[in-house]
Design a protein around this ligand. Structure first.
Ligand code: RIB
Length: 305
């Protein structure tokens, strides 16, 4: 039977500016275009899981404004259950200012807005929703105390916990990490959390292994850009390569990977197959512009697989 996915996290309206190359500090440059695109790490992951599978619910906070409505609409169109979105009057919906250069690279500044209202109280008020889910997916664009409370409740109810530590702080509480089944950093986030370099494949594996040994995390699934994803457990390390594509915008590639990964897990597929689904979904997303606008359908991913 298909398992239910609950994504708890942020929703942002992305203000995307395309440029030839990133401005230097103190420099003024001309932008090529401006677009408003639904985003936010939490919402993107829910949207990807919704487009690729079913049984996905999003818990998060939006403002009582047009951006909040647009985000709700985008998730609903992707098949996500949006009935648990909390509307916070008088607070603007989260916003992200994103610059994308000609090579598809980006820089992102998040103005947290209503995401900051996603408190431990909000999480506790939704304990039943957590208890009724099977896989709980989190990131770090809502207050850390709320993430910790959600992880605690999810574990107490015996759920599979996937934590995408983005944006990465210098460290995370040991108690929180102990309850995580899959920690899913990119190389930069892994370096910051482990305090170790991740410049080579060996270093990345060592950094992941150190987190497992020292923090008791179930598995570290590190996304390693165009190389794919590296799964490290106490017993093994396995690189799952991805395909080469021409990237135009890497925004939300990691989020799309998560959507594919948890969708396949929810269907009871083996973990390596789930990683392959994440890889293929992400590889399509980087060939398209924007966050939620770049997420592929299930048919497109299956065609690649
Ligand atoms: O991961 C990409 C996302 O990060 C963007 O959509 C932006 O909103 C920020 O949350």
């Amino acid at each position: 039977m298909e398992r239910r996915i609950l994504v708890i996290g942020s929703l942002n309206m992305d203000m995307v500016v395309n440029v030839e190359q990133m401005p230097l500090r103190g420099e003024t440059i001309m932008g090529k275009s401006l677009a408003y695109v639904p985003g936010g790490k939490g919402a993107n992951q829910a949207c990807a899981a919704g487009k690729l599978g079913k049984n996905v619910t999003m818990l998060g906070c939006i403002g009582d404004d047009g951006n909040g409505q647009a985000l709700r609409k985008s998730l609903a169109a992707a098949g996500v259950d949006v009935s648990y979105l909390v509307v916070c009057p008088g607070v603007p919906t989260g916003l992200a200012v994103i610059t994308v250069d000609n090579g598809g690279g980006n820089s992102i500044i998040v103005i947290t807005g209503a995401n900051s209202q996603c408190s431990p109280e909000v999480i506790r008020a939704h304990e039943k929703l957590i208890a009724d889910s099977d896989i709980v997916v989190l990131q770090l664009e809502i207050p850390l105390e709320a993430v910790a409370e959600a992880v605690r409740l999810a574990k107490a109810h015996g759920k599979t916990v996937v934590l995408n530590p983005a944006p990465a702080p210098d460290s995370l509480p040991d108690e929180l990490l102990r309850s995580v089944d899959y920690l899913t950093p990119n190389e930069t986030e892994l370096a910051r959390l482990s305090g170790m370099p991740t410049d080579t494949a060996e270093q990345t594996e060592q950094a992941a292994r150190s987190l497992i040994e020292q923090k008791g995390i179930g598995a570290v699934l590190a996304t390693v850009g165009s190389a794919g994803a590296l799964l490290v457990t106490a017993e093994t390390a396995q690189l799952v390569p991805t395909i080469k594509v021409q990237a135009v915008d890497t925004t939300a590639a990691g989020d799309t990977f998560h959507g594919g990964f948890v969708t396949a897990l929810s269907e009871g597929r083996p973990v390596l197959e789930a990683i392959r689904m994440g890889n293929m979904a992400a590889s399509i997303s980087v060939t398209r512009k924007g966050a939620q606008t770049s997420i592929p359908t299930r048919e497109e991913v299956e065609a690649l697989l």
